[in-house]
Design a protein around this ligand. Structure first.
Ligand code: 8YV
Length: 371
């Protein structure tokens, strides 16, 4: 018996239905699975396929009973799953890494472009019919430029020369790109920004790392730089404070959960450059929304691009971040391409099938690493 907490689409449901040894119990509605329905149906199940919206805790696992072998989540994140509760009962966990890396990295870059180029404020000018009245001036609608590959090589005066035609603000066009979290999605985002001309990357991989381990670039950083034809010192691990102070674009791409809660705090935002942009495509819980709204409102940060927000999806349209013209918010669409969601759904199905049959799963989280 396998519980499926949402219709996973034609391909994945076809894979599951083709298994004659599996009795499927599918939540019949196209909305997050009702907790009471799940608790009522889970008893005796050997596998459960679910999403971020379904909490996996002692109560659910007790209800399922000793038959349960596998939880398969259609997500790379697993903060909705109690790992100690799974470990206690020897239940395995399947998840969906890798297949969504490209789609989420695309959205991270999209958000950086939308935030730097004032897309929210400028599209609303068109949508509200204000374009005819908006007087054009050489620097109207301008924002900082994300790409920096071509500007320094143009036959204009050197970037950084105040008041020149190529660089009227006098600011350097060399961008320092920062990453809080430096896993698969951050590294895929880095690859995209190399094509935008970025040559300087800093990151904080583990925010709790000791100062002594933050000194020099590791062999892996040099290897990554070499892979992208960057100078050996192009990618550097720094402290979180230095990350905030030096990033022109700061991508938050670290897992959620208690250890990263509000890691982008009032204090950290206060260290950021007023010309910098913050992008969050991981979990809303990492960013203190009120502190971010305040920083944007007071002009202490240029802009923000968020695919995730604290308390989502219940984000009031009156929230200061929603109202903020320099903050663009997407409704958690990082992995929302047909190709990626199909791959996630089929991986979820394959994981649960392998789990109930006691076979190796295509993508299993190594729970022993969490002890
Ligand atoms: C999806 C995500 O929205 O995989 C994750 O952890 O946050 C997103 O890709 C989610 O997986 C849908 O369940």
């Amino acid at each position: 018996k396998v519980i499926v907490c949402r219709d996973l689409g034609t391909d994945a449901m076809g894979i599951l239905r083709a298994c004659e040894d599996i009795e499927l119990v599918v939540w019949p509605e196209n909305r997050p699975c009702d907790r009471t329905w799940l608790l009522d149906n889970v008893t005796g199940a050997e596998g459960v396929a679910l999403m971020l919206s379904e909490k996996v805790d002692d109560e659910l696992l007790d209800k399922a009973g000793p038959s349960l072998k596998v939880i398969s989540t259609m997500s790379v994140g697993y903060e909705h799953v109690s790992l100690p509760a799974l470990m206690k009962r020897g239940v395995r966990l399947g998840y969906t890494p890798d297949v969504l890396t490209d789609a989420v990295a695309d959205v991270a870059v999209l958000l950086a472009l939308m935030a730097t180029r004032n897309v929210k404020a400028t599209t609303s000018i068109v949508e509200n019919g204000q374009w005819p009245e908006s007087t054009w001036a050489p620097f109207s609608f301008c924002g900082p430029q994300l790409s920096s590959g071509l500007l320094p090589s143009l036959a204009f005066p050197a970037p950084g020369t105040p008041g020149t035609s190529s660089n009227p603000s006098g600011e350097s066009t060399e961008r320092t790109v920062g990453f809080l979290g430096f896993g698969r999605i951050a590294q895929a985002t880095l690859a995209r920004l190399v094509a935008f001309g970025a040559r300087k990357f800093i990151y904080t991989g583990n925010p709790n790392a000791s100062a002594s381990s933050l000194q020099s670039s590791s062999a892996a950083d040099i290897e990554l730089a070499t892979k992208h034809n960057l100078p050996q010192n192009a990618i550097t691990r720094v402290s979180i404070e230095s990350l905030a102070e030096n990033s022109d674009v700061l991508f938050v791409l670290a897992p959620g959960g208690p250890s990263t809660y509000h890691i982008i705090s009032h204090e950290l935002l206060a260290r950021m450059k007023p010309t910098a942009v913050l992008v969050n495509a991981s979990r809303g819980s990492l960013v203190d929304s009120d502190a971010l709204a305040q920083a944007l409102g007071e002009g202490r940060l240029w802009g923000a691009g968020l695919d995730v927000v604290e308390g989502e999806p219940k984000v009031s349209s009156d929230h200061p971040l929603v109202k903020e013209p320099r903050c663009v918010i997407l409704p958690h669409i990082g992995s929302a391409t047909f190709e990626t969601r199909r791959a996630m759904a089929t991986l979820t199905a394959r994981n649960v099938i392998a789990g109930v049959r006691g076979e190796p799963m295509p993508a299993e989280l190594d729970l022993t690493a969490w002890t």
